[in-house]
Design a protein around this ligand. Structure first.
Ligand code: TYD
Ligand code: MG
Length: 466
């Protein structure tokens, strides 16, 4: 009977240990091991006879999740049509990005539509929240405010009277519950508080939004654990120097995860941007080498965005490759294809690639636009200002078709672009009033761009074999 069981479980990473220790050896967190050997088992104790329940067929009656649109169209788009009753959503983002601003605006919009909306701040005093609401012109909205951090008190208060439709908890990191002994702000506290609030949401039918700050390395600070407990995780992103803010669903049990919502931070709060392409292209400098317009798709919406490249001779032994807003390994791949199949020598050049406006592109369809920008910079040859690019580049140097070509072309035509450089197969689908030139391979694109810069010295370096 001396078999030692692994009954101490780390509350942060789930590792098991045979005895209590101050520090979890698996994840390095302090004070996270708890004894979970609670239930006595083994001989002498008859197992409980289970209760029977009915199994249901898959084909049965299903109800759409009841939704509560808040009226801010860009937010409703990302949640998939509104907050789902009884669901819990985590809104994650860097400090200062505008989470509190967006959520007080959402709460006010709900309150104005006659729904009960409650905003609990654990970070700011009621007066501070009021001050912000006044700046945003929301003073008349019947949002109920409190500055509280004790979860049991919050749940007791919210259980009184009419059930609130929307509850904002700003932020989950400031909350604490009696059920857990560790100090506020610790992983265990954050998880305990989130659990209690999730139980309340399921029981009452209120939609709860938890605000979570992320750390510098992009992780949702401490409560990574909260991420898989909630129904949806929205991440609010943006570059400090830009006014644009992008809301993206990272996880969504009730809706899509590829939609983005675009906002602009103004003096009077966050403004919705219904046509992001206009915004992303508004600061475009025409006629400069190294920029290409990519006709992309985010979720169901086409978005045109400028891709900027800078290719300069390197002064270091190892050339630099830096990328903002796109995938580093995707860039390496495009560079390798340019070297291997198109005769473009980049070994002696630093390469910088940037997606304008702080947007982050995940589509492989951006390959062709990125390649065009890179070659344009190297050849010092500006691309035509009225052209858009899209297409995926394969390792063999072929340009492959991508999904939703017609939608991309339509958006480009709407914004006044006159031509599109696209994969060969996308041609038939194209009759959107644009002049479509198709490229079968990356080397023909390179040849076209080199021809644009003919006569200048830099262009000669592009095609050493031609
Ligand atoms: P906030 O919503 O407090 O950010 P978070 O809750 O994510 O930490 O937003 C803070 C920033 O937003 C702050 O730097 C000022 C700016 N801001 C505006 O530019 N305009 C406004 O109307 C408001 C309310 C804030
Ligand atoms: Mg805040």
């Amino acid at each position: 009977m001396s078999k030692r069981s692994l009954s101490f479980i780390c509350q942060n990473c789930g590792a098991a240990a045979p005895r209590w220790q101050g520090k979890c050896e698996a994840c390095g967190e302090w004070n996270t091991l708890t004894d979970e050997s609670g239930r006595p088992s083994g001989p002498g104790r008859a197992p409980r006879k289970g209760r029977l329940f009915a199994l249901e067929p898959l084909a049965g009656e299903a109800h759409d999740a009841p939704r509560l649109p808040c009226g801010i169209a860009e937010l409703d788009r990302v949640t998939g049509g509104g907050f789902v009753r009884g669901s819990v959503l985590l809104m994650a983002g860097d400090p200062g990005i505008g989470k509190s601003t967006l959520l007080i605006q959402a709460a006010a919009a709900m309150a104005r539509a006659g729904q009960r909306a409650v905003y609990i701040s654990g970070e700011e005093a009621v007066a501070q929240v009021r001050l912000r609401a006044e700046r945003l012109g929301l003073r008349d909205a019947a949002v109920e405010l409190a500055a509280e951090t004790a979860v049991e008190d919050i749940i007791a208060t919210l259980s009184e009277g009419r059930t609130p439709r929307l509850v904002v908890i700003d932020s989950i990191q400031t909350m604490w519950t009696d059920l857990v002994e560790s100090a506020p702000g610790t992983v265990t506290q954050v998880r305990g508080s989130a659990q209690a609030l999730i139980r309340f949401a399921k029981r009452s039918g209120a939609a709860i939004i938890l605000v979570g700050h992320v750390t510098k390395d992009g992780q949702i600070a401490g409560p990574r654990v909260v991420e898989h407990m909630v129904d949806a995780v929205l991440s609010f992103e943006g570059e400090g120097s830009h006014q644009f803010r992008i809301l993206r669903a990272v996880k969504n049990r009730f809706g899509p995860t590829d939609e983005i919502g675009v906002f602009e931070m103004t003096g009077a709060g966050l403004r919705e941007v219904a046509n992001p392409s206009e915004l992303f292209l508004s600061e475009r400098e025409l006629g400069t080498p190294g920029t290409a317009v990519f006709a992309g798709i985010e979720g169901t919406r086409p978005i045109l965005v400028e891709i900027q490249a800078l290719v300069t001779p390197t002064s270091l032994g190892t050339p630099r490759r830096a990328v903002v807003g796109w995938d580093q390994s995707r860039l390496s791949m495009v560079l390798a294809v340019l070297e291997a199949h198109c005769g473009v020598r980049l070994g002696g050049h630093d390469v910088y690639l940037n997606v304008a406006g702080g947007l982050r592109i995940t589509e492989t369809a951006a390959d062709l636009a990125a390649a065009a920008a890179l070659v344009s910079s190297l050849a010092n040859a500006p691309l035509p200002a009225d052209a858009v690019y899209f297409g995926e580049v394969s390792l063999s140097g072929a340009v492959r078709p991508v999904a939703q070509g017609p939608a991309r072309l339509k958006e480009a035509a709407k914004l006044g672009f006159a031509r599109a450089v696209v994969p060969e197969a996308a041609r038939e689908a194209a009759d959107q009033g644009l002049k479509v030139s198709d490229v079968a391979s990356l080397s023909s694109l390179v040849a076209d761009i080199a021809a644009l810069g003919r006569g200048n010295q830099a262009a000669k370096s592009v095609r050493q074999d031609g």
